[in-house]
Design a protein. Sequence first.
Length: 171
Amino acid sequence: MYIKKLKEITTFILDVDGVMTNGQVLVTDEGNMLRQFNIKDGFAMQLAVKLGYRICIITGGGGDGVIARLKGLGIEDIFYKVHKKLPVFEKYINDNGIDLSQIAYMGDDITDYQIMQKVGLKCCPADAATDILNISEFVSSFNGGSGCVRELIEKVLRSQQKWDLNTIGIW
């Protein structure tokens, strides 16, 4: 059961499109691609960073707006326009000495499958691809871009007694 694994998590590794966003891209007449992020996800990520958790982004997408949003949340480890995620993941965990059992990875599609086979806690949004749903230990009750990241982070913080309502809103 995944509940016991929550206490071991020190690192969140996340995909962007389909996890932090709803997976849809709006294209302007000028060719710019626009994505929408969930504020509650952002709050939880920012809180986790401030509490000392690692957050790493590995995504096939990108764009200046996406990078600005992530950096604005305090996330420094951002790998974008990645075509093969597994080698980037392996280099990141080796360079940072992270134990696989301490990683919660949230992905939504086949490009996340190989990494998810390796991590301590396999997670996905409610609307993930079937193959990802089948291997996930924690399936959020929320779709991608609708609070699934917040739900995961909150569960981890609560399990580690770090979700303190008396101080959580004090920055």
